[in-house]
Design a protein around this ligand. Structure first.
Ligand code: TXE
Length: 481
């Protein structure tokens, strides 16, 4: 059994309650380890360790913080293969995807914010009478980072790296569904030179240890990525305590294909955008909108491509589509497909559980990649996030109708627009109410840019200086010369 432990004040310890939770491998459905079922007592201990470490850590020169974060990046790089295998086992995602995307990005997050630690700067404002204002950017103290299961180490590091770079001590909680790679990272913290207590990692259930973090009066900010309903609960709990909050929540993103788009590029990317990571990325394009003049041709080509997608053992390097993250999540995705059927949708391909032939994975949580047509924008299927390998396809007539459809959900995370008309591309981008728009591409990321959504997709932006600003408090000092 692979038991994992909390990291508190530099020590690896079980939950104080002595309770454990099972850790399940989604591809086999079998328990392969245990994680501590932490609670309020563990949060108290982690916060005490973090508070204790803060005075020293905040006083480190930026170059020294850079060096530690760079060494953490080196650790990730040195253990990349083991981390990719662990991520694949814990999450069900193909090993090939974890090795190509998740783990390199975790390394990159540390490198990027190592450099930010040194390059971060604040403003000064001079007044006509010789008065000068300078603005300090002070670390907040102890901050909480709560991350989800879909991109486990990728999103865990995306939060803790800027929090540490800006001089905070961190209490972090990975998802209880995918805790392994955060645990592995914690084992290298000391070797990388992080003082004890600067990074504390707690494992356990959201409503228990996660909630205790949100409620703790010494945790000054919460950076959260996860479902919109959880984000709303965290908001409600944090508001009376006047905590800083950064919420990256769900999406119901559209891929919009005009008839002058590069057909093959649009097709290939629309398939990847809908089904990458088994459709479990907040940025996935789960609503594919295609101009009526090319609708049938595009739909048929898409069905042919999706039908050829092979589901397999995530541990097999050739596998491109693995298991969804848990039994509960598989059942949620299957229920969403049933809803689509009930709403009158036509299943063009997929539509149910995938039963693997390989004995090792015969009890795994697999769902066929599913494409659905015949549903309009008012139905539940096109309004609610499914977060699985399920997408709908709909025709639109013109730009006006396309924009109406894109903006018809309560979410506002991202959109991907395909056209070769330059003016139209920029016009449509400006008319879309989302935090991010990709023109003739999808999920191309520059880590300096603002990442986040509007409306039910969240509050605040991450990335570059946005994260450094979130994790610091500005203090203006006015000097009369
Ligand atoms: O996520 P949760 P779940 C969406 C997706 C999915 C749904 C629910 O639609 O089906 O959310 O997934 C912690 N206080 N996304 O239930 O609950 C939890 O332990 C503090 C979208 O798995 O939001 C975990 O660490 N923390 C998404 C993290 O929050 C709490 C990614 C996310 O879990 C808590 C994942 C609480 N009360 C799911 N309750 C995206 N946008 O990328 C839970 N947590």
């Amino acid at each position: 059994m692979d038991d994992i432990l909390n990291l508190i004040g530099g020590e690896h310890v079980p939950a104080q309650s002595g309770k454990w939770l099972d850790n399940v491998e989604p591809a086999t459905g079998e328990v392969y380890g245990r994680i501590p079922r932490s609670g309020q007592d563990d949060v108290e201990a982690a916060v005490a360790a973090a508070r204790n470490a803060f005075p020293e850590w905040r006083s480190w020169a930026p170059a020294d913080r850079r060096a530690v974060l760079s060494r953490l990046a080196d650790k990730v790089a040195a253990h990349a293969e083991a981390l990719a295998a662990a991520e694949s086992k814990d999450n069900g995602k193909p090993m090939s995807l974890a090795a190509a995307v998740d783990i390199p990005r975790a390394e990159q997050n540390f490198r990027f914010y190592a450099s930010a630690a040194e390059q971060f700067a604040s403003e000064s404002h001079t007044m006509g009478d010789g008065t000068v204002n300078y603005t300090l950017r002070k670390p907040l103290g102890v901050v909480g980072c709560i991350s989800p299961w879909n991109l486990p180490l990728y999103l865990f590091t995306w939060k803790i790296a800027p929090a540490l770079a800006s001089g905070n001590c961190v209490v972090a909680k990975p998802s209880e569904v995918t805790p392994m790679t955060a645990f592995m990272l914690g084992q290298w913290a000391k070797e990388a030179g992080l003082p004890d207590g600067v990074l504390n990692i707690l494992h356990g259930l959201g409503p228990e240890v996660g909630q205790a973090m949100v409620d703790h009066h010494h945790i000054r900010a919460i950076s959260f990525t996860g479902g919109s309903a959880t984000g709303a609960a965290i908001s409600a709990a944090a508001a009376p305590k006047f905590k800083k909050l950064s919420l990256e929540l769900g999406g119901k993103n559209a891929t919009v294909v005009f008839d002058d788009a590069d057909f093959n590029e649009a097709l290939n990317t629309a398939v990847r955008a809908a089904f990458a990571n088994q459709g479990q990325i907040c940025l996935c394009g789960s609503r594919i909108l295609v101009q009526d003049t090319i609708y049938e041709k595009f739909r048929d080509a898409m069905v042919a491509k999706v039908s050829r997608m092979r589901i397999g053992d995530p541990a097999d390097p050739a596998t491109k589509m693995g298991a969804v993250v848990s039994r509960a999540h598989r059942d949620k995705v299957l229920a969403a497909i049933a809803t689509a059927r009930g709403e009158g949708g036509t299943i063009l391909c997929g539509g149910g559980r995938h039963q693997p032939g390989e004995p090792r994975i015969k009890n795994g949580f697999f769902v066929q990649p599913t494409l659905i047509e015949g549903l309009d924008h008012t139905c539940t299927t096109n309004r609610e996030e499914i977060f699985g390998p399920v997408a709908t396809i709909q025709p639109f007539h013109d730009e006006r109708e396309a924009l109406g459809l894109v903006n018809s959900t309560k979410y506002g995370l991202s959109a991907s627009v395909w056209t070769s008309d330059l003016k139209r591309a920029h016009r449509v981008a400006a008319g879309i109410d989302t935090g991010m728009v990709w023109l003739n591409c999808w999920l191309v990321r520059d880590l300096r840019t603002p990442f986040g959504g509007t409306r039910q997709s969240g509050v605040g932006r991450e990335g570059g200086y946005n994260s450094m600003h979130f994790f610091t408090e500005p203090q203006n000092v006015t000097v009369k010369l």
